[in-house]
Design a protein around this ligand. Sequence first.
Ligand code: SAM
Ligand code: GLN
Length: 272
Amino acid sequence: MTFRQLYILMKNMLESASDSPATEALLLLSKVGNMTKEQILLLFEDEVPYSISEKAFKLAESRASGIPLQYITGKCYFYGLELSVEEGVFIPRVETEVLVDIALDIIGKNKLSTVLDIGTGSGAIALAIALNTNCKVYASDISKKALLTAMKNAADYAAKIEFFRGAFLTPVKHIINEIQLIVSNPPYIPVSSKLPKDVMHEPHEALFAGNDGLDFYRQIFSEPDLLKNKILIMEFSPDQKEEIQKICNYFGKISFFKDQFGKIRFFSLAVQ
Ligand code: SAM
Ligand code: GLN
């Protein structure tokens, strides 16, 4: 079999699972061959060693079964950073890059110097903020796997982020007075929602938050003393805007922001 024939076979296998089967087939092939995409293209008419075709076929099978590409390659991209990610760790979404833009703007305008990212996952938001400001950055998560990945990502970029493990504000109570800005992309999907196959491969604790998806916000706002004099920026699902407003209204003036696709997906709130 030639590389071209293998590539076409893989592309066909990926068609049902992926929106970009051609790109993904080439990417998987270059991962297995440990070559760049350009090198693979140069070899297109050559015979593929069996060891490579066997491995490439297995990866294409995994992808076709709905495993996200990022879990197979071990890499994802966020705010210009290449991050490690693996099964059990949420894959950062492009929408969340806008949350970082909002945070950088608010940090600059208010001259803030300490930030906490709750539910940091791969460390994406915390890292993007740490590398683009002089802020002291703290990050927390309930998941050990997420924290280990976030620590690796922070080390790869030589970013000094301090990590804590635990739910909501519990693990950071001792430093809460220091924190000026809290950012979070929490789980916000209702438990009964039907999600695409590849999303269902991601950790459920990263996605689902009670019957209406709002449990995380309710819990965070159930401890108002801990939020006093802090700015919060959080992501949510566009259809939750009214409920979010009801939960937060009491704490101060809320501002809403759209993602790059025009959907209202973030709020900021200065807690009085
Ligand atoms: N911030 C990352 C991002 O945007 O890519 C990850 C976001 S993911 C949607 C939500 C994260 O919150 C997951 O890593 C999950 O483990 C964590 N998480 C879920 N419930 C939590 C809780 N009660 N306290 C702290 N972290 C939580
Ligand atoms: N936006 C994600 C999705 O559609 C969900 C992220 C979240 O719950 N924070 O899968």
